[in-house]
Design a binder for this molecule. Structure first.
Ligand code: RUG
Length: 810
């Protein structure tokens, strides 16, 4: 039976009555939301079960994507879209007097990630299901997501994100107690001979019950539903009595309580290492248990199972897989190792040295002594295998255990058949610099997979008006097949269409202006350039470069209020890690500069500065469609890829960019005339590192503009930043400006003048914007995951695209 409005409304009312014994008119938004989710879930569950059965029937190879972060945001709209229910629900709700947007707003953001890394994992999950690949996620069900950010007197304050305690809770998860496994941590281990095998005997170990919560990941119009499995730590019933005190219980439950609020490594943090081993062990155990249910022997497991290590956090997958194959399945070391390397693959997401995880040997020994033994044996065999064949120093540099530490990236590369970077420039840097020695050892293992984004969320859902005018030109097929967006280029001289693009952008800017006014009380002009920088606050991402230019503009306008500039609204969204003092100082300086500028009537509102609190996925969905300018201004070589650059171009923003990360490929796609490039190249940055010829203080002393702008940080021009202004001033001058902000400043001013000039020619601007939208299809995560599937995991798609929408039964 086809799902139509009448059937949907009838089913909805019935479900509401069954769940809450009330009518629509008496229901709160939470009750309506919960009822809708329950209907959605029961409908896709039919396909979910079928997807599993199909995998088993066909004996499909399955991939497990291990990531310590997944950042899906809200799932209701994307599930409705993918099921083909979106418009139907909006129309049905309208008919019975329900405001769909208000109901959807009840859902808490699922913020189980910090930023790019976790969001990429979520976009991949969407694409993998939409392309019909048998790939499931494996992560942690944090009770507290990424902190909520508030500004108090311009300072960032962090509040806990109690997302599971909201009225809506997590409507999408299913607790599967029957699939729980036991994770062993701590204590001591001894190996004893038993029946010809070495058997580990654990003493004083702690047993932790790992309970999976499964979230269905619905594919786009293809009846395919994959699983995101998130693990929660609990006390095993059998040993409840061993945890008599609240404190003892808390030690176990704390393992999955909070997401570490940093997007780089927190070396030395015991709890973080526990988290890593916990979800790795739970995931690997459950994979092998499942595999064994359907296969008699395990010595060819790599033919049916692939495990992906997303960044180094799950690198212990290598050792845990070995542990089970050796200790429980009694494979020989050689066989176990062969299968492990064939099963594992690894993605590196950064070249920042501080983010390449290392753990102290005693700490790993304390958390899981058997894993340390296995890692030590891998290290020992690695060294023995290379001895005499390779330069001794190279062996020392590449071994897993050295200097009293376990190097997780080394474990990941040595234990995997594939290592990839996330943009071409980044992969090249891995080969030539960060992982150069490994590239010498295993050139065939290295490959690039440039990141991608889910066009469904970042265009169809976030910018429905733009999607609608694209439909008018291309029909709806581009929604299935991103590549078709390219055809938009042919409308480059279609003035009608270019005008429509401008109208859509204006509407999105008006909506954002309203939100800005509601949240900050500041009025902004929707016809001004909306200049957007949204990403984590990091020195290398150079929000500071943007700020210095804003200060320069302000000083210029103070001197000459009639200065002819195109009005601009500078919009920031960024969280700083709570312990990252410098980043928090930058936030304070931006906020104080904003307060000064936004309240100074002498500059006639020509510039405004808006720092929106609590940047998260939902806020990104509101900012991105309204952006004219996308600031991608990291120091060349430092941003592995970036993904906001892709989301913003997809929504027609023009990019101001350094030659860093995926910006390089964006430039290749749109052509140099359709992007604003500036700044040092990677080669120039590296030359400075080699010859030490950069002296930032000279720029302060010899460049009058820089002198004037930097002085504004310390001379009281910007109030309330006595300490922070000095801290930043010193970092840029006496401490020699690690990220070349002053070196790139003039070129940044030049390119921003070019932005103004281009904006004055609206036709040209819209043409450039159109090219950006059309070319963004190259960065669809649907395309990226296809490359992972065929080139790394060797799995095939098992679903038919364009199958019947999920509609029945309810
Ligand atoms: O900083 C990188 C981004 O450049 C990249 O786009 C994203 C996804 O690949 O991952 C970010 N990242 C890196 N997040 N955490 C790390 C630390 O390893």
């Amino acid at each position: 039976m086809e799902l139509d409005k009448t059937l949907f409304i009838e089913s909805f009312k019935k479900r509401l009555s069954q769940k809450y014994a009330i009518d629509v008119s008496d229901a709160t938004n939470s009750e309506l939301y919960d009822t809708l989710c329950s209907l959605v879930k029961s409908s896709y569950s039919v396909s979910w079960r079928q997807t599993w059965k199909d995998y088993l029937k066909e004996n499909e190879k399955q991939v497990y994507y291990f990531s310590i972060e997944f950042l899906p945001g809200k799932l209701l709209k994307s599930n409705l879209l993918n099921m083909g229910w979106y418009q139907l629900v909006i129309d049905s709700f309208k008919e019975i007097g329900i405001d769909f947007e208000q109901v959807a707003a009840v859902e808490p953001d699922m913020a189980l990630g910090n930023g790019g890394l976790g969001r990429l994992a979520a976009d991949f999950m969407d694409s993998l299901a939409s392309e019909g690949y048998p790939v499931n996620g494996n992560g942690i069900r944090y009770r507290y997501g990424l902190f909520k950010q508030r500004f108090v007197n311009g300072y960032q304050v962090e509040l806990p994100d109690e997302w599971l305690k909201t009225a809506a809770g997590n409507a999408w998860e299913i607790r599967r107690a029957s699939k729980a496994v036991t994770v062993t941590m701590g204590g001591h281990v001894e190996l004893v001979q038993k029946n010809g095998y070495l058997e580990p005997i654990y003493k004083d170990a702690t047993l932790i019950k790992a309970v999976p919560y499964d979230v269905g990941i619905v594919g786009y119009h293809n009846q395919h539903v994959n699983t995101l499995r998130l693990w929660s730590a609990e006390i095993p019933e059998a040993v409840e009595s061993c945890y008599p005190t609240i404190e003892a219980r808390r030690q176990i439950e704390d393992i999955t309580t909070v997401l570490y609020p940093d997007d780089s490594n927190e070396a030395g943090r015991r709890l973080r290492l526990k988290q890593e081993y916990f979800f790795v062990s739970a995931g690997v155990q459950s994979i092998i248990r499942h595999y064994k249910k359907y296969h008699e022997t395990i010595d060819q497991i790599s033919q049916r199972v692939a495990i992906h290590i997303n960044d180094t956090h799950p690198a212990m997958c290598v050792a845990e897989f070995m542990r089970i194959l050796l200790d429980e399945e009694h494979l020989s070391w050689e066989k176990a190792w062969e299968q492990t390397v064939k099963t594992m693959s690894y993605t590196n997401h950064t070249i920042m040295a501080e983010a390449l995880e290392t753990w102290d040997i005693p700490l790993l020994n304390e958390i899981q002594p058997r894993i340390l033994q296995i890692v030590a044996e891998i290290d020992h065999r690695f060294v023995a295998h290379l001895a005499g064949k390779m330069d001794g120093q190279l062996i020392e540099r590449t071994r897993i255990i050295s200097g009293g530490k376990v190097h997780m990236a080394h474990l990941a590369v040595i234990g995997s058949h594939s290592t990839n970077g996330v943009a071409q420039l980044h992969t090249d840097l891995l080969k030539s610099d960060v992982l150069r020695d490994f590239y010498t050892l295993y050139p065939e293992r290295f490959n690039n997979k440039t990141n991608g984004i889910a066009l469904r969320r970042w265009l169809q859902l976030a910018n429905p008006e733009l999607a609608a005018i694209i439909d008018q030109k291309l029909g709806r097929n581009w929604r299935q097949n991103a590549c078709q967006l390219q055809q938009l280029q042919q409308y480059n001289t279609d003035e009608q269409f270019l005008k429509k693009l401008a109208v859509v952008k204006l509407h999105n800017k008006q909506r954002l202006a309203k939100l800005i006014e509601e949240r900050t009380g500041v009025t902004v002009d929707p016809t001004a350039i909306f200049d957007v920088q949204i990403k984590r606050l990091h020195a290398y991402k150079r929000q500071l470069l943007n700020l210095l230019r804003i200060i320069k503009l302000y000083l210029d306008l103070k001197e000459n209020p009639d200065l002819a500039i195109v009005p601009r609204v500078f919009i920031f969204g960024a969280k700083a890690a709570p312990s990252y003092h410098y980043a928090k100082s930058i936030i304070k300086c931006i906020n104080e500069t904003a307060a000064l500028i936004n309240h100074d009537s002498t500059i006639q509102g020509k510039i405004k500065v808006i720092f929106l609190e609590n940047y998260d996925v939902s806020l990104a969905e509101q900012i991105i469609p309204a952006a004219d300018i996308s600031e991608q201004i990291s120091t060349a070589s430092k941003e592995a890829s970036g993904t906001s650059n892709m989301k913003l171009m997809l929504n027609g923003a023009l990019t101001v960019a350094t030659l860093d990360g995926a910006n390089v490929e964006i430039k290749e796609q749109v052509g140099a005339d359709n992007i604003f490039m500036f700044g040092l190249t990677k080669q120039e940055v590296y030359r400075y590192y080699q010859d030490h010829s950069y002296h930032s203080l000279d720029y302060y002393h010899h460049n009058l503009v820089i002198h004037r702008v930097l002085d504004a940080l310390i001379d009281g021009t910007i109030p309330n930043i006595a300490a922070e202004g000095h801290e930043i001033f010193d970092s840029l001058t006496y401490l020699n400006d690690d990220y070349f902000v002053l070196r790139d400043f003039e070129d940044y001013l030049r390119i921003q003048d070019q932005v103004d000039e281009t904006y004055r020619d609206q036709k040209k601007w819209q043409q450039m914007s159109l090219i950006n939208i059309a070319k963004a299809c190259h960065f669809s995560s649907d395309i990226t995951v296809k490359k992972y599937a065929s080139e790394i995991w060797q799995v095939r798609s098992v679903a038919q695209k364009g199958g019947v929408n999920i509609g029945y039964p309810l």
